[in-house]
Ligand binder design. Structure first.
Ligand code: NAD
Length: 402
């Protein structure tokens, strides 16, 4: 019997698990994750802003494990030894495998900027997202005692998809937060500091403008073309003038870091040839030297031949990769061949709060209230891809009519 290990129960790992468990074959699967639950990483901003409880965006991994085929181990992966075909876990266990699907996900990337780890809040998993929310609530409560205006200031660093979606969710929770502080909504100041001036380059300018103007109209203060150079306690230092290099300070008691992600540090620790935790994979999503090791999701860099850049680290790509890795692995077991991995984006939609969104679906731009239906349908679809009907019924977004 062949032993398959799946490392990480995110979008890619669970999608692969789903397909393997639905197939017949002489194999056993060991699934490893540091948590006993799966979380919808695309929805973390809602937990961070307090617009959703963590229960809504998580489900128990045992719900999707078939014990007749799969053993689940809750532990952290420390290293993968591709020569010895072993995986070492933080509980001291060493797993042997014939095939590995490495889907260990992402972490926050500081780009070496001083003070980020110590002085900014990251939002990369349930724990850190809840910490952000607790922190914001704590500042609102403090304001009651101190009347310190910095308690009412929130800075989101980076206006990528994550930052934009977080800003939208913060707008939604602003009234409730202001109430805790005993102030009016408009007294809460929410900033976004971003390095570039052309935001959301994956969208055409009209569409990107729509998203940004909506947020501006709702009161978000954007500082664009201002690369962050350092984070000091309760202070963001950004470059104000490119020519002279002069910097300015923005003080705030909540600073949230959303300037991009890298793949799990296990890739580096295990000696994979990687950049920012991402490994360039073969056309079959395997390691270039080990065709029994699939690398999928945010630890994987699959090159888009059209622009010679890796596809972005999105849930959509991760789900497709997980599915393909399982299919290809089954083909290897049966001695068959299948076509190379290809990816065709279905588009992407960013939510800005619960009732607005904007983005592209296929070749069509979608905006505003109707786009939020589309966004919810996308969320339900990806929940279905890993969790099946049960999780969609329990956790799906059905508040399509407001
Ligand atoms: P990102 O890399 O897409 O965006 C990071 C932003 O931070 C960029 O605009 C960048 O210019 C800015 N930035 C970087 N360094 C900076 C600095 N020093 N100072 C100021 N600004 C700085 O990262 P992300 O938003 O975390 O997204 C990660 C991936 O996840 C992307 O591929 C994204 O498309 C995907 N994602 C998709 C969705 C969705 O489909 N709805 C939602 C969230 C994330």
């Amino acid at each position: 019997m062949k032993e398959i290990v799946i490392l990480g129960a995110g979008y890619a790992g669970l999608r692969a698990l789903h397909r393997l468990q639905a197939s017949k074959g002489d194999f056993h699967i060991t699934l490893v994750d540091r948590n006993n639950y799966h979380y919808e990483a695309t929805d973390l901003h809602e937990v961070a802003a307090g617009t959703q409880l963590k229960e809504k965006i998580t489900y128990t991994i045992s719900d999707v494990v078939k014990p007749s085929v799969t053993t689940f181990i809750q532990a952290k992966v420390e290293t993968i030894n591709r020569e010895a075909k072993t995986v070492t876990l933080d509980n001291g266990q060493v797993l042997n495998y014939d095939y590995a699907i490495v889907s260990l996900g992402f972490r926050s990337e500081s780009f070496g900027i001083t003070g980020v780890e110590d002085n900014a809040l990251e939002m990369v998993d349930i724990e850190s997202a809840e910490k952000v929310y607790r922190h914001i609530v704590g500042q609102m409560q403090d304001y009651n005692k101190t009347q310190n205006p910095d308690d009412l200031k929130i800075v989101v660093c980076g206006a990528g998809f994550t930052g934009i979606e977080l800003l939208g969710a913060l707008i939604e929770s602003r009234a409730a937060l202001a109430k805790i502080a005993g102030v009016s909504d408009t007294q809460l100041e929410i900033y976004c500091v971003e390095a570039v001036t052309r935001l959301l380059p994956m969208f055409d300018e009209d569409l990107a403008d729509y998203g940004i103007s909506s947020l501006k109209n709702w009161g978000i203060k954007f500082l664009t073309g201002k690369p962050i150079k350092e984070i000091r306690p309760n202070t963001v230092i950004y470059q104000d003038d490119k020519e002279t290099g002069t910097t300015k300070e923005l003080s705030a008691n909540t600073i949230i870091w959303t300037t991009g992600v890298s793949g799990s540090q296990v890739m580096e620790a295990s000696g994979f040839s990687q950049r920012r935790g991402r490994v360039i994979v073969s056309d079959n999503l395997t390691d270039s030297d080990f065709d029994n090791v699939y690398i999928v999701g945010d630890v994987s860099a699959f090159m888009n031949k059209e622009n010679n850049r890796p596809y972005p680290t999105t849930a959509q790509v991760a789900l497709k990769m997980g599915d393909y890795a399982a299919k290809h692995l089954l083909a290897q077991l049966r001695g068959n061949e299948i076509e190379k991995f290809t990816f065709k984006s279905l588009g992407s939609v960013a939510s800005i709060g619960n009732t607005h969104a904007f983005g592209m679906v296929g070749k069509s731009a979608v905006k505003g209230y109707p786009a939020s239906f589309v966004k919810k349908a996308i969320m339900d679809k990806s929940l279905f891809a890993t969790g099946g009907v049960k999780e969609v019924l329990a956790k799906g977004r059905f508040d399509l009519y407001h």
